[in-house]
Design a protein around this ligand. Sequence first.
Ligand code: URA
Length: 209
Amino acid sequence: MKGVTIVDHPLVQHKLTVLRDKTTSTRTFRDATREISMLIGYEVTRDLPLELVEIETPVAAARSAVLAGKKLVFAPILRSGMGMLDGMLELAPSARVAHIGLYRDPQTLGAVEYYYKTPADVAERLVIVLDPMLATGHTAVAAIDRLKEQGAANIRFACLLASRAGVDNLRGAHSDVAVWTAAVDDELNDHGYIVPGLGDAGDRLYGTR
Ligand code: URA
């Protein structure tokens, strides 16, 4: 699938199975989400630009690489995107955070905005949108629409699990936005849930069901 990276590292695939298993406790689900998010984040940031700086090691002068330019914005889509944030921040602790509050209307499955707050210079940064589930793609498309309205031009999307339809909808609306995921499942059910999926990521993260 063009523009989609499936992170097939064994640790990622193992943790995805822990997430899929309905007997996994809330605590383990939350821990596994943090861990798998960090591993996926490692791949999402693999090609970040570097520049050389002069430093002194305890032994000699050296030219060594650091991240170049403006840094990252992580943009979790509330509420389940928050489950991915800590793992991402372990990789890039200085990153800025944008909060995007969208919920899915259960009837239409369309995205409804209730909160939106981003760093002012979002247009100059790489924005990594976080949502564990890329299901219908409606929420992802609405979040990216909103970020682009604000001038964001360099956007990536990180999730734990995607559906084929979600990938098609996101990439159909925003072909410049690449997707990283641990797997792509074939089906969506009538409620817009990914099948076999892992259930409601927000409920499983926060123990609300
Ligand atoms: N949101 C979820 O939490 N799970 C799904 O399967 C689809 C959307």
